[in-house]
Structures are given as C-alpha cells and as structure tokens.
Design a protein around this ligand. Structure first.
Ligand code: PMP
Length: 402
C-alpha cells in the first residue's frame, strides 16, 4: 500500500533548518527561519506574554478544558477589533464572523477549503503573488484550487512591479480569488504604498475579484498595528466581502502555541449564520477545537489596557531592532564597496529582506561561510545582530566579488 506513495518535494525552509542545525561551526549564522531573535541571537518571550502566563498560572479557575468550536470568544472578539479597528462599522453592523484557527497556516487552510467549496464562479482560480510565502501554493493546491501567479516583484529593482500586478489582475477573468499579503510581504519585504493599494482595490472591484488577506505580521512591519492593517481596512471600507487570516506567531512571539484567527467580513449580518456555520463545520472536521493556551495568553494581552500598551512597545522594539539591522547591513556593504546597490535592504519592510543574491552566491555563503538563507536569497533580518553583522557583511562582500 505505502510503496506506491510518491516522494513529496522537499520543503525549502525545513531542509534549510536541518542543514543549519547540523552545522556546529561557531561562525554559523542562521538567517533562514522567520522568527524574531534578540541581539544575542536568542528567541524572545515578550514581557507581556510572561505576565499573561503568570496570571494564568495564578488563576485557580484555570483548566485545560476544550474551547468551543469557534475558539475562545475573548480572543476572537479582541482579534476582530485589532484587525478591523475599534471603530469599524463592519463590526458595529455585526457582519464579521471570526473563528479561531491553528495560527496563520490553519487560517489559510480553513479559508482555502471554504473557498474551494463555495467559490463563485465555481471555476475561479487562486492568484498568488510571484513570489510568495512557499506554503501558499501548497495550501491552496491541497485544498483543490487551481493556483496562478500575478507579477509582484520587479527582480531588477527589487521593488514592486505595480504595473505588472495591476495588468495581471485586470487581465484575469472576472471573479478570481486573489491572495494579498496585508503587510510585510514574505519573502520580498516589498509592500504597496497606500495609493498603490487604492489602485489594487480599484482593479479588484472592477473585475469582481475576491480578496483573501494573509496578515502574519501586523505591528511587525511598521511597529504600528493600525498602519499595518491599512490595506484590509481600505478593502472593507470599499465594500468588499473578504477573508483575513491573522497570526499571532510573530507579533506576540507565540510561534509554537499556534494562535490565530480567520475573519469573514460579509456584506450583511443576514449571511453571517450561513458563513459561520460552514466555517465551524470545517474547523470541527479538521481540528475539532483550536489550541487553548496561546489563545488565553493572547486574549489576556489584548483585553488588558496596560498589557496591550506594553505589547505595542515590545512590537516597536522588535521592528526598530530589525530596521537598525537593515540599515547596518546596507551601511556595511556600502562601506565595503560591495558591487551592486543595497538600498533595497534598508527600504524593505518586515522580517525579511530579498537580497538579490543568486542561488550560486547563496550556496557559497552556506558551504563556505556557514551562513544560511533560503535559495531565493531571502534573509530573516531578525537573525542579524551586533555580534554577527560584520561577519555577514564581509561574507556577502566576498561572494559577490568572486
Ligand atoms: N502567512 C505568511 C505570509 C507567513 O509568512 C507565515 C509565517 N511564516 C504564515 C502565514 C503562517 O505562520 P503561522 O502558521 O506560524 O502563523
């Protein structure tokens, strides 16, 4: 039975972390995994998360019971406000349904299965950006969709190919499903400006496309949760029905606790019972109920005004450290006279930088310098720190010259 199962293609990121883990050279720098690290290269438990955990531990009513099928209401309610804004008319009009999911990946998968069952037209394809987070294609294809790409990155300038993107969305048949990164595009770190988002919304409205926002970095891109939700709120304001996948992995540092939500913004409150019943059914069939511990931590942080404020400060600290590292890498490469232009490293946003290094250069950095990044030249800027930045810049300089 099993001998007929074909080998699955390897997952680039997972393969990279195996290689990196096996490398015990003291010079090793892991710029692969998309997880925040402090200036000593260590994972960081946010102080508000520690505080929320202490409160949960001290609560005599704490238990490990199942959550309800929709998740923890204290989290789903707070997550709605965070994504759509506390003054959101859609929330006031009760036309938003939120279900707790297994972090952002689970939210993508629930959305993908839901859309495959109910998409209109029934032959609509899913359009993902070129490039995108490696898992998007896999998730949407696994759910049964035909996946196509729209242009996104201009590989010469390492900026946004807005003309290409708009043309591809305009030339697609009406009513396609379009996956958009709400902020801090992974892997490129290139986000549309506000006016470019307006152009994207115009074309999507014109063509009747359905927006699916993947929001894995709210607060991480600019340190400002409202600014990072600009695109989502713009589309809601424009009257689109849409889905939003929200992850608390990065912005709250809850990676392994698998904490996230899927939001469905509907045209009217009348359709919420239909949509919510189907999302609940799907979730019940796949995970039964979502994870409780991370949800309780996130809800505690989001609902307590003092903890919430402290959380914003921590996000600012993370995004500032990343920005400092971007500038530091750019400055060092410029000072070394490394051939090429490096401003994009500084201008890109979020956790990643799309360096423009070639596959051969990436391989040389890995094999000769113990420096790990994905084959497409993406680095997790959070892996840089004051102790390894000189080594990283010098190594890049060496391989670019050779
Ligand atoms: N979407 C994007 C664009 C991401 O970068 C990530 C994290 N790498 C996710 C979704 C999902 O992450 P998680 O399941 O850990 O929340």
């Amino acid at each position: 039975y099993f001998s007929d199962v074909p080998q699955a293609p390897p997952d680039g990121i997972l393969k990279l972390s195996v290689l990196s883990r096996a490398d015990s050279d003291p010079a090793k720098v892991d710029l692969g995994v998309g997880a925040y690290r402090d200036d000593h290269g260590k994972p960081w438990v946010l102080p508000v998360v520690r505080e929320a955990e202490a409160r949960l531990a001290a609560d005599p009513a704490f238990n490990h019971e199942y959550l309800g099928v929709g998740g923890l209401p204290a989290l789903t309610d707070a997550a709605q406000l965070l994504i759509l804004g506390s003054d959101s008319p859609a929330i006031a009009q009760r036309r938003v349904y939120t279900i707790q999911t297994i972090s952002g990946t689970g939210a993508n998968m629930v959305a993908a299965v839901f859309l495959n069952q109910f998409k209109r037209p029934a032959d609509a394809a899913v359009y993902i950006s070129k490039p995108t987070w490696g898992n998007h294609r896999s998730i949407f294809e696994t759910a049964g969709h035909v996946v196509r790409e729209y242009r996104y990155c201009n590989y010469d300038t390492l900026g946004l190919d807005i003309e290409g993107m708009l043309a591809d969305l305009r030339n697609a048949p009406n009513g396609q499903i379009v996956v958009l990164h709400a902020c801090a595009h992974n892997p490129t770190g290139i986000d549309p400006t506000e006016s470019q988002w307006q152009q994207i919304a115009d074309v999507m409205a014109e063509r009747g496309h359905f927006p699916f926002f993947d929001c894995a970095y709210q607060g991480f891109a600019t340190g400002d949760v409202d600014r990072d939700a600009y695109a989502i709120r713009l589309f809601v304001e424009r009257g689109f029905e849409l889905l939003v996948a929200e992850s608390f992995a990065k912005n709250m540092g809850l990676y392994g606790e698998r904490t996230g939500c899927l939001h469905a913004v509907c045209k009217s409150a009348d359709v919420v019972p239909q949509v919510s019943s189907q999302l609940n059914r799907l979730s019940r069939a796949t995970i039964s109920t979502a994870s409780a511990y991370g949800a309780k931590i996130a809800a505690t942080v989001l609902q307590d005004p003092a903890l919430y404020q402290q959380w914003l400060v921590s996000m600012l600290e993370m995004s500032r450290r990343i920005k400092t590292m971007r500038d530091a890498l750019r400055d060092r490469l410029v000072a070394l006279g490394t051939p090429g232009s490096w401003d994009h490293v500084s201008n890109q946003i979020g956790m990643f930088s799309f360096t423009g290094l070639s596959r051969t250069q990436v391989a040389a950095l890995r094999d000769q310098y113990h420096l790990y990044m994905t084959d497409d030249g993406r680095i997790s800027v959070a892996g840089l720190n004051s102790h390894n930045i000189d080594y990283v810049a010098k190594s890049i300089d060496d391989v670019v010259r050779n």
